[in-house]
Ligand binder design. Sequence first.
Ligand code: G4P
Length: 530
Amino acid sequence: MPIAYTKEQGTHEERRTFAIISHPDAGKTTLTEKLLLFGGAIREAGAVKGKKARRHATSDWMEIEKQRGISVTSTVLQFGYRNRRINILDTPGHEDFSEDTYRTLTAADSAVMLIDAAKGVEPQTIKLFEVCRMRGIPIFTFINKLDRQGKEPLALLEELEDVLGIRSCPMNWPIGMGQDFRGIYNRRDTRFERYTSRGEETSNIQADDIDSPVLRDALGPELHDQLKDEVMLLDIAGDPFDPELIAQGKLTPVFFGSAIANFGVETFLNEFIDLAPAPGVRQTDQGPVAPADKSFSGFVFKIQANMNPAHRDRVAFIRICSGKFERGISVNHVRTGKKVNLAQPQQFFGQGREIIEEAYPGDIIGIFDPGVFRIGDTICESGSFHFEKLPMFSPEHFARVSVKNTLKYKQFHKGIEQLSEEGAIQVFRQANRTEDLVLGAVGQLQFEVFEHRMKSEYGAEVELINLPYSFARWIETTQDVEKLSYDRYSNIIVKDKDERVVMLFPNEFSIRWLIDKNPGVVLHSTSFDM
Ligand code: G4P
């Protein structure tokens, strides 16, 4: 039963599929709303619920959502803009930050990195950036909240380089900030956009070059001189605009603006549309698959359970990589070797989502899943190949789990197996301790969701005891891991669900210690590198 979010057609060349990566409160919801406004997907600001409103408006498909008032699930938004179809993948951010957030990035072709000008590069942004870097996708930076006093623009660029190690190329440059914010100067088309407070029409002043008298008139001599100096510095000392490097994710174009005032957003969107890549070639174990290939293929990057409390529905989200999806298509489910018909009776779910007849590479479709799919599964119309494996990311929270009532042991194991296959939680086993397991999660909330689902879906109440670890490292060594030199009080060795050896660490110091003491041992922060 396919579900997607639009009736609009087109081909993959028009698709731009991206995720916004940011730290909570940087303004992702606000920016998304403005992008939707430009796309005509919503008519007025406020249609996307603000955080406070969201607390009361979350769907009630799951008790935990109600209890915590947050959305545990993520969605895809599609809209048309100019001649493009845009898919924004929502990356769950706040307490619901989880492995899903990372995996969603594997379905994106580019990322928009949103930064609060006052806060600079924050921890969650760093983590998400690393995943994007690993994939080599282009990253576009939007520095937000210029209507408030923040860090100096040059200091922010330096931070990008120092903290994230990425070179930057400002596409526009702010004039003033906070109370003194006057607007942005667009370097490529030498256009000054005057800052207007919320709701007012932006006014543009087109200059022939930066020395133009119309700019001087508009800014006054002092600000104009300051702008000239700063832009000259960028011209001389900054990185030049280089589409090649941008495409490789080695240079990030930087835009300034204020999402709340809807200022700089349209300029950003227009440049983004021109520079962001259409869906590209993806690697498989049988060679590359191009979006223009006739035969349909895709992979499951997320499974969402219990969308509807009345049914035990699961929805598998599939990123289309090649061909054309048509309702009723019959595909090979490569892992099991079975044929799956994507044409069972259809249902609507959620609000405003529509059943689709066809979809193209770059699009995300939701398939009601009777329990067939796992994260990372490939489906294809012809042939039998696997897209590159989705990595497991290092959890940051660990807990020992056991079943409260031993009579429920069978249900406990079934639940653990299914939830780990679904990717809701990572499960590790420790040699000599088969009676209990170690769970890993990227966000603490995953444990709560796990506990809740074990009880409500499998009838097994569990006991969780938090463990003092914060890092998992997949170990690459030719030696017997037990013989490695490591601190048995602070680290433990476990195996993941694919029997790979993993060590758990309480802090970065203990990771460095192990590397120092064991030359030749390589530690990986994801299973991807193995
Ligand atoms: P998030 O999804 O990244 O967590 O951020 P969100 O858009 O919810 O924005 C976080 C807060 O920052 C909100 O204020 C929002 O209004 C504010 N904000 C977003 N963009 C800008 C901007 O360009 N300038 C300024 N000054 N503020 C901005 P809040 O008071 O926490 O929530 P709300 O009551 O406005 O919903």
